[in-house]
Ligand binder design. Structure first.
Ligand SMILES: [Mn+2]
Length: 253
């Protein structure tokens, strides 16, 4: 584990957050596809010395992705030099016959797949970090944010896949599935909420809790880099920046 020799309580923890890679069978050389997204996200994580990567859902586009392609995703993750936490989203839910079972990902030590290999709380003691997430387990509507138990680590982070709706639109958006409200976010009281489901990178909520979509790599062209610093003074606390992926592929639109 990089930098694991430094006591976690004293140092900054770095998270890299992405989502919505939508790996599918549509692989054409010279054009963006989800496997390239994964490759660039992991390279960005290396570049910033990330302690953990968070993939907030829809890593796979659907449950019928060809096994050789799913296994290429597994091969990329097998090279990851830090834990990668994957949350199953509405396109790749954690079903008994879900796509993760045909990817080789579930056998990897560094891949922590909520709902498959790990429960809804993952504690990384060496980082003083708890990651909470509620996986999609089928294609039906559900409340995307997990229950948050009393804090037992220095840092508490949520990974979630759903649709943020501001208070003024809540009634109008009642037809939508997987809604997340401003009050839901505020109530969590966590240090960061890593959101997926939207293509575009944007902060949401009222700012009481840092809650951000990373956006999909091809549209955002960035990952979110989240720095959790326990030190006092300038730069302390939770800082969120976007790190360019440097991909040769233009945004989809
Ligand atoms: Mn989605």
């Amino acid at each position: 584990m990089p930098r694991g020799d430094v006591r976690s309580a004293d140092r900054e923890i770095v998270l890299v957050h992405s989502s919505d890679l939508h790996i599918d069978d549509d692989i054409e050389p010279g054009r963006y596809h989800g496997l390239e997204g994964l490759r660039y996200v992991l390279a960005a994580a290396d570049a910033v010395g990330a302690d953990v990567v968070l993939l907030a859902g829809d890593t796979f586009d659907n449950g019928r992705v060809a096994e050789p392609i799913a296994r290429q995703a597994g091969a990329l993750l097998a090279q990851a030099r830090m834990p990668v936490v994957l949350l199953p989203g509405n396109h790749d839910p954690a079903t008994p016959d879900g796509i993760f079972h045909r990817s080789g990902i579930l056998g990897l030590e560094q891949a922590l797949v909520i709902g498959h290999t790990h429960p809804e709380s993952i504690v990384l003691d060496e980082l003083g970090l708890e990651i909470l997430g509620r996986p999609h387990r089928n294609y039906h509507d559900m409340a995307p944010l997990p229950e948050v138990a009393a804090r037992k680590t220095r840092w508490q982070v949520i990974i979630a896949h759903g649709h943020y709706v501001p208070p003024e639109d809540w009634a109008d958006e009642s037809h939508r599935s997987w809604r997340i409200s401003e009050a839901d976010l505020r109530r969590t009281g966590v240090d960061y909420v890593a959101l997926g489901h939207w293509d575009r990178p944007v902060a949401v909520g009222d700012g009481t809790v840092e809650a951000h979509y990373s956006g999909a790599p091809d549209l955002a062209q960035t990952v979110n880099v989240v720095r959790l610093s326990p030190r006092l003074g300038p730069g302390a606390g939770v800082r969120v920046e976007r790190q360019p992926l440097g991909m040769p592929y233009p945004p989809r639109w």
